[in-house]
Write a protein that binds this ligand. Sequence first.
Ligand code: MF3
Ligand code: CO
Ligand code: CO
Length: 275
Amino acid sequence: MTEYVSVAPDDRAEARSGIIKLHGPDGFAGMRAAGQLAATILDALVPHVVPGVTTGALDETVYRMMLEAGAVPATLGYRGYTRSSCTSINHVVCHGIPGDKALKDGDIVNVDVTPILDGWHGDSSRMYLVGDVSLKARKLVDVTYECLMLGLEQARAGNHLGDIAAAIQAHAEKHRYGIVRDFCGHGVGRLFHDSPEVIHAGRPGTGPELRPGMIFTVEPMINLGRADCKLLEDGWTAVTRDRSLSAQFEHSIGITDQGCEIFTRSPGGFDRPPY
Ligand code: MF3
Ligand code: CO
Ligand code: CO
C-alpha cells in the first residue's frame, strides 16, 4: 500500500520515510526556480564542453554559476562527495567525479547538476558531444533522450510509475540497449533524494499511482552493451561492467492535473545534442 501526504507550505521536509509527498503551488514554484537554474547552468556549459577542457574546470564553472545565482550545490558534502557536479565520460554510467581528466575528441559526457535554491533541489543532467562523435555513440545519446521523453509522456495522474518504466524499457530494448537497474530516479524537493524510487524498467500499471503534486526525477541510464555496472575504488564512479558506452538524461518534474510540468527544460532549446 502506497502512502501519500500533502505537504503544507513552509513544511521543512523530514528525512525519507517511504511516504510520497504531494506538493502544493509553493513547492511547484520553488522547483520551477531551482529547475530553471539547473537548466540555465547546463545551457551555459555548452561552449565549455570541448576537447582539452578538464572535468574539474567544468565543475569550477558550475560551482561559480550556482553561487552567483544564490544557490549551493547539493552534491557538495553529500555523503562525503566533494564536487559541485558529476561528470560521467563514455563508459561511466553515473557519479563520475570531476578532476584533472581532459575531455578528448569523440567523447560523450554527462554533466549532472543540482543547485539548491531557496531550499528546493533542481536536479538535471544532459549529454554533451565532444568534437567529432561516432555515429553509434550519437545514436545511443539520441535514443536515451527519446527514452526520457517517452517516459515523461506517461507521467500523468492516474498512471503508475511502472508505465513510465515500461515506456523507457520498450524503447531501449527496441534498440537492443541495456537499461541500468542499479540506479533509479527519486522523489525530489526540499530533500535531494526522497520517496518514491523511480525505476526505468518495469511493467505497465505496476508501482505507486501518480497523483497531482508528486515531484520526482526521471533519469534513465542506457548502455550500448549489457546493463551490468560496477563501482570503482573511489566509491562513487559507476561504470559499465563490459566497458560499453553509457548515456543518461535527467529531468525533475511535477505531476499536475494536465499531465506533468518539466521544471528543468532548457531555456535555450539545448535539451538534446547537437547544441
Ligand atoms: N544528481 C545525482 C542524481 O541524479 C546524484 C548525485 S549524488 C553525488 O540523483 F553525490 F554523486 F553527487
Ligand atoms: Co537525480
Ligand atoms: Co542528477
